[in-house]
Design a protein around this ligand. Structure first.
Ligand SMILES: [Zn+2]
Length: 88
């Protein structure tokens, strides 16, 4: 059993059939839009729910609030959640 096939308990239905998927997530809009890559999304095969944990949302908000403010509107800053939040 490798880490890739391990399942975790789903917060929605309680079944041990959820997996972590690393997905890009956009935050804000327009000139404030940023993209965060490798955000851990919990996807449950039992109830079909896909969601971010409260802890992940907290980190996303922190990433958003600390983004570069001098970025050109034509460029999209990209943050790597996995690199910024090694604890997860
Ligand atoms: Zn579930």
């Amino acid at each position: 059993m490798t880490k890739q096939t391990a399942t975790i308990q789903c917060e929605q239905c309680g079944h041990d059939s959820a997996r972590i998927r690393r997905v890009p997530q956009t935050l804000g809009k327009g000139e404030d839009l940023i993209v965060v890559e490798n955000v851990p999304l919990v996807a449950c095969r039992n109830c079909g729910e896909s969601y971010f944990t409260a802890d992940t949302l907290h980190h996303l908000e922190h990433i958003r609030s600390t983004r570069e403010t001098s970025t050109s509107p034509r460029q999209i800053p990209v943050a790597n959640f996995e690199a910024l939040v090694p604890a997860l």
